[in-house]
Write a protein that binds this ligand. Structure first.
Ligand SMILES: NC(=O)c1ccc[n+]([C@@H]2O[C@H](COP(=O)([O-])OP(=O)(O)OC[C@H]3O[C@@H](n4cnc5c(N)ncnc54)[C@H](O)[C@@H]3O)[C@@H](O)[C@H]2O)c1
Length: 446
């Protein structure tokens, strides 16, 4: 919405949320999320044609186009628990619009939703409204956190699904202020909803494919980076998303694949469901394999040993920790009662503990001494490494490539282990310093 406001000064954009604390933060100089270049975009447009408000009803009434961008998490209870998306927030928005709006609105599903949600929204606004004919479009968001602003400034494509031509054209005309027309594609509503799920499933599948091969590389003296390079140079395959790692995270990949899996199951397509479910299973396997490798190589015990995790965010250039591989690995290490010092410049202690609890069920009821066993620093990586038996790279932050590893080696217990979960460090140089280095998809060299 901030980028729409920046690129279309003639359009008034108001962001509303029921979370008053968030809206208050969006109106300060300290924005509630870290995303490169977001500050400059918000500061340019805010107060001019970009506003943040908690007055949901008044702003719905005033709007011509309403983007529904609420969260659609995986259901934790009831039918489809563990795989279906919960669209209760989307439905609440539809009911709110129906209740207060007396002029026709273009309602845009921006949230990632199960196929046919558009139909549900259309029925709700038709049956609970004031007799007004609203139109429903789907306009999935393809941005990636960490590169969101660049992705929005120059999107690979903008997808708009819907059957009301006038409404579709109106939304096309918003994006056409900065996106070339040939990159704005229009489809029917269901294709658009499904395309978002499939895009994320295919991206995640590429990561799981190369991660499955990383295990084979470790067993066969092949090198996963060499294999990925050789495979990716085939123009039919391409080089993107073939970087092996400890596993993918983020709020969308797992949720959207499970959403697709549930959709297939509900149409009785069990083989198709199981095909896509494997992408998630391989990811779980990769995270567990990484933690098991750490334990095995550190003489089969890490109880009482200090381990320094470099990074906690699910990827670099974001403070987002939802579904981060770091939390899964931390859980496995905590189960062994290791002591963990996390260093991540952009992750708060609150969000780390929230994620450990929400996704991994780790809190002080499951591990009473949790707050003593795991700590996080935003400022001092060297203190985090002091007295550690091992470093484990969880996030591919650029700063980890240029740390003073001679100094870190001096601060650590020997043998000093490094487990590079992102394959970003100079392993030969680290071995020369004296570290025992283990990497993903590479044969161990003493
Ligand atoms: N995060 C991403 O990179 C990304 C990318 C593409 C698509 N998406 C999709 O976008 C949607 C939102 O994702 P997110 O990461 O921004 O989620 P989020 O949880 O960070 O934000 C959702 C916001 O919606 C608000 N909200 C919920 N119900 C509401 C209601 N009834 N009225 C008013 N406000 C309400 C919440 O308070 C919250 O601030 C999801 O469907 C997600 O799959 C996210």
């Amino acid at each position: 919405m901030a980028v729409i406001a920046q690129k279309c000064p003639h359009i008034k954009v108001t962001v509303v949320d029921m979370n008053a604390k968030l809206i208050a933060a969006w109106n300060t100089n300290s924005l509630p999320i870290y995303e490169p270049k977001l500050d400059e975009v918000v500061f340019e447009a805010r107060g001019r044609n970009l506003f943040f408000s908690t007055d949901i009803d008044a702003n719905l009434i005033a709007a011509d186009i309403i983007f529904v961008c609420v969260n659609t998490p995986t259901k934790t209870h009831g039918i489809g628990a563990g795989s279906a998306s919960n669209i209760k927030n989307v439905e609440a928005c539809a009911r709110n619009i129906a209740r207060v709006c007396t002029t026709p609105k273009i309602i845009v599903e921006k949230s990632t939703v199960p196929v046919k949600t558009g139909e549900a929204i259309a029925r709700i606004v038709a049956s609970c409204g004031n007799g007004v004919a609203h139109s429903v479009l789907n306009n999935p968001e393809f941005l990636a956190e960490g590169t969101a602003i660049d992705d929005l400034w120059a999107p690979s494509r903008v997808l708009i699904g819907g059957s009301n031509d006038a409404a579709v054209e109106k939304l096309v005309s918003v994006y056409a202020n900065w996106v070339p027309r040939e990159r704005i594609i229009t489809t029917n509503l269901w294709s658009s909803e499904l395309s978002k799920l499939v895009a994320n499933a295919v991206l995640a599948q590429r990561i799981s494919s190369i991660n499955s091969i990383s295990a084979l590389c470790e067993a066969t003296h092949a090198d996963v980076d060499e294999v990925a390079r050789a495979v990716g140079m085939d123009y039919r395959i391409g080089k993107y998303f073939l970087k092996s790692s400890v596993g993918f995270g983020g709020s969308c990949f797992k949720k959207d694949i499970l959403n697709l899996v549930y959709l297939c199951q509900s149409y009785g397509l069990h083989e198709v469901a199981e095909y896509w479910n494997q992408v998630v299973k391989i990811n779980d396997y990769q995270m567990k394999r990484f933690a098991n490798n750490m334990i095995k190589n550190m003489f089969n015990t890490i109880t009482g040993k200090k381990i320094c995790l470099l990074g906690f965010a699910f990827k670099k250039d974001t403070g987002d920790v939802r579904e981060t591989a770091a939390a899964y690995v931390a859980k496995y290490l905590l189960e062994e009662r290791a002591s963990i010092a996390v260093y991540d410049a952009k992750v708060s202690a609150d969000s780390m503990f929230e994620e450990l609890k929400y996704t991994n069920g780790v809190d002080e009821t499951t591990i009473p001494e949790l707050k003593k066993l795991i700590t996080i620093s935003n400022t001092d990586v060297y203190a985090a490494a002091t007295g550690a038996h091992a470093l484990a790279v969880m996030t591919e932050w650029d700063e980890f490539k240029t740390l003073d590893y001679e100094r870190i080696f001096g601060l650590m217990v020997k043998p000093a282990f490094i487990f590079d979960g992102r394959n970003i460090l100079d392993h030969a140089k680290l071995r020369k310093i004296g570290f025992e280095v283990h990497a993903i998809g590479k044969v161990f060299e003493a």
